[in-house]
Design a protein around this ligand. Structure first.
Ligand code: PRP
Length: 185
């Protein structure tokens, strides 16, 4: 691609991403409202705690939270994976923890991609162990062909094949996160 010679092609354009984010936001809002949560009729009720998983989710988190149109608060976590990426049982550890007590909170975890599923499983377990009232998950991209843990995000932007994706927060060796589109190698 012009300007980005390493990138083969655009998988999802900026326009496609923004359109899909709007739709995912609507799905999420509807799901909570169907449960009777975060009604505008009771503005003093507790807000949704949206947890962004750094660094990859930063743009999805920023776009999604602006489209959710629910009373919400934000916090962030950074985690890292260790061990063999292709087998189950590898370790995930917290690099930077939340500043918020999740006990009795409705938590929405926002990821850029679910690959082996190890990170998402760890995050869901962590929120549950800490006493969250509910935990829902969303991811911009889902790569089911790479899964080693049987887990699926509640809300998915796009399902992708096993190609290496970059942009819209996702990197290769910390490069290309800032691209407004999702490209592949
Ligand atoms: C990526 C991504 C997810 C995780 C998914 O994070 O953001 O958190 O990997 O992989 P899994 O399903 O196999 O656990 P990464 O560790 O690359 O960090 P980054 O978000 O800072 O790029």
């Amino acid at each position: 691609m012009k300007n980005y010679p390493e990138i083969k092609s655009v998988l999802y354009s900026e326009e496609q991403i923004q359109k899909r984010v709007g739709k995912v936001a609507t799905e999420i809002r509807t799901a909570y409202q169907d449960e009777g949560k975060f009604s505008t009729a009771s503005p003093n009720s507790e807000s949704l705690l949206v947890v962004g998983v750094l660094k990859g989710a930063l743009y999805f988190f920023a776009d999604l939270t602006r489209e959710l149109k629910l009373p919400l608060s934000m916090d962030f976590m950074q985690v890292a994976s260790y061990g063999d990426e292709t087998v189950s049982g590898g370790d995930v550890r917290i690099v930077t923890d939340l500043h918020t007590d999740v006990k009795d909170r409705d938590v929405l975890i926002v990821e850029d991609i679910v690959d082996t599923g190890r990170t998402l499983e760890f995050l869901v377990n962590t929120m549950t162990e800490r006493g969250a009232r509910s935990v829902k998950t969303c991811t911009m991209l889902d790569k089911p062909s790479r899964r080693v843990i049987d887990i699926k995000a509640d809300f998915v932007g796009f399902t992708v094949d096993n190609v290496y994706v970059v942009g819209y927060g996702m990197d290769i060796a910390q490069k290309y996160r800032e691209l407004p589109f999702i490209g592949y190698f």
